[in-house]
Design a binder for this molecule. Sequence first.
Ligand code: VGL
Ligand code: ZN
Length: 205
Amino acid sequence: MKTLVIIDMQNDFLSHGALEVKGSERIIPLINQLIPLFDHVVASQDWHPKNHVSFAKTHGKKSGDSIFLRGRWRPLWKDHCIQSSKGAKITESLHQEKIEFVAYKGTDKKWDSYSAFFDDGGESTHLFEFLKKHNLFDLYFVGVATEYCVKFSVLDALSLGFSVFVIRDAIAALHAGEEEKKSLDEMKKRGAKLIESKDLFSRRS
Ligand code: VGL
Ligand code: ZN
């Protein structure tokens, strides 16, 4: 059965948010139109404690700086999506009634988590367990940000054996351009099918 996976449509990633993703407002009405086409809907929420490892301030650095941590360079961000803050809320303009499960990610102070499935320490958000329990193996991804949470969630979903679709016009990138293109190519190469929302609408009519 087809499951829509809505990644991080939270106030902090929208306009005036701490980490604004340009184009994220534009995809809200589209996601709302897609929701009724799906049997199941799940979502993820970036959900950080204060002084999270991904925050520049935690390390006395500026956003945009990187730190070398546990084997690789990791970008540092402005404080964002702090647990229970307004910025961490899923935007009220999104129709949320059908959301059956929310994967909270980046909840451990010591680990970041771009993936909606596992954090960098390997801890599960229980999204995989939920999908498996309900036999939901066809996943359609929408949301933000293309080159971070969408990409890493998609790659994990592929590794876990799901059939993965990315609805190209219903995702948005933090940095549109080269990084965005590289991420789309990587998802495609690994086996994700890139589709357009019109492919889904037309199938119905
Ligand atoms: C994200 C940067 C930091 C995302 C989350 O949702 O793509 N990006 N935390
Ligand atoms: Zn984050």
